[in-house]
Design a protein around this ligand. Structure first.
Ligand code: OSB
Ligand code: MG
Length: 377
């Protein structure tokens, strides 16, 4: 594969409802899409998962745009690349950080390779990994609501709709009452978890221990993203497993988590870990150590969602991911068909080569607020 051009586009799509987490709220998604054209004219797509503000990680859509133009594209444009797994090492060499920028472009190479070989992305990712699923079970991630009661009603409706896991966002002052109300509304056996997005510190350990009473599947990222040691201390105090999201930026951090017992479950996000090759490495390591993983979400459009759906088909993904259907987020998605979920909370894995959905170029054109074409020299 040899890239002749990289087309960057910013599109803006309003979320159907605002999404609030402990570190900030989003109502409009500004998304960076990458279309990579190879020497045979195929087009591979990637979506950058960085947000508008640096509240999830240090990256934003604007830093990613800069990083892709200045440092990612020059390393890849015009270069002969035999397979998509060669991209990640090229992007890591003397190039720190900017994982979401790197991933947006790396993903496009996996799409291109899948198309070139006539494989679905799921089949390509599954090579050498045993049986892949035909359909995946999905969960929903619910933002913080105005009251515990409002959240409980929403959560109950989601369970009735078929979702296989309910995740609620929590933060200081918006935690125990919310969890209690949702647990009460869903009943004792419902698969429920909470995500704190770094909101707590060591002074909160007693408070967090009170969450053990609610039989959560896990507590996601209670403490700071760069703080594995305190997560290990907290895990000793909790019966509930800790799941790490922001902390797991690469394979080394997943190994550290296991070595330190800083968490027992990993949320894998392709953007956060720098691409598909890195996500696969984390998946394989966790699987070899019996650590369950699941696929997180970043409020992606149908393009990023295609990658998440394919990843979640791998055998180590034993817990439903944050992969809701298109209608949960958008009036209308940017792919055809849109992502749909059946009444038992399942999404079918597409069989067609590449992403398995068709990118709606007219719609993307309509939504585009900024574009730049980078060419091989
Ligand atoms: O922490 O998992 C998170 C969205 C934006 C930033 C961080 C997170 C999330 C989600 C969204 O939980 C899940 C989804 O895409 O539906
Ligand atoms: Mg999270």
């Amino acid at each position: 594969m040899r890239l002749t051009s990289l087309h960057l586009r910013e599109i803006r799509m309003p979320l159907k409802e605002p999404f609030r987490i402990s570190s900030g709220a989003q109502t409009l998604r500004r998304m960076l899409l990458v279309a990579a054209t190879d020497e045979e004219g195929r087009v591979g797509w990637g979506e950058c998962t960085a947000g508008e503000e640096p509240n999830y990680s240090s990256e934003t859509i604007d830093t990613a745009w800069l990083a892709i133009r200045e440092w990612v594209a020059p390393r890849l444009l015009g270069r002969e690349i035999a397979a998509a797994d060669e991209v990640w090492p090229l992007l890591e060499h003397n190039f720190r950080g900017h994982s979401m920028a790197k991933a947006a472009v790396e993903v496009a190479f996996w799409d291109l390779e899948a198309q070139r070989r006539g494989l679905s992305l799921a089949a390509l990712l599954g090579e050498g990994r045993g049986e892949i699923r035909q359909e995946i079970e999905v969960g929903i991630s619910l933002g913080i609501q105005a009251s515990p009661r409002a959240l409980a009603e929403k959560a109950a409706a989601c369970l009735a709709r078929g979702y296989r896991k309910i995740k609620i966002k929590i933060g200081p002052g918006e935690d125990l009452e919310y969890v209690a109300a949702v647990r009460e509304a869903l009943g004792p056996a419902a698969p429920l978890m909470a995500d704190a997005n770094n909101a707590y510190g060591r002074e909160d350990f007693d408070h967090l221990a009170a969450l053990d009473a609610f039989d959560l599947l896990m507590i996601e990222q209670p403490l700071a993203c760069d703080d594995l040691l305190r997560h290990a201390e907290l895990q000793k105090r909790l019966r509930t497993p800790i799941c790490l999201d922001e902390s797991i930026t690469n394979l080394d951090r997943a190994e550290d988590m296991v070595a330190l017992d800083a968490g027992r479950i990993v949320n894998i996000k392709v953007g956060r870990v720098g691409g598909i090759a890195s996500a696969l490495a984390i998946h394989d390591f966790c699987r070899s150590r019996g650590v369950p993983v699941w696929c997180g979400g970043m409020l992606e459009s149908g393009i990023g969602r295609a990658v998440n759906v394919a990843l979640a088909s791998l055998p180590g993904f034993t817990i439903p991911g944050d992969i809701s259907p298109s209608e949960r987020y958008w009036q209308r998605d940017v792919v055809n068909p849109e992502w749909t979920m059946d009444e038992r909370g399942r999404i079918r894995i597409p069989q067609a080569p590449g992403l398995g959905v068709v990118v709606d170029l007219d719609r993307i054109e309509d939504l585009t607020t900024r574009a730049e074409v980078l060419l091989a020299r």
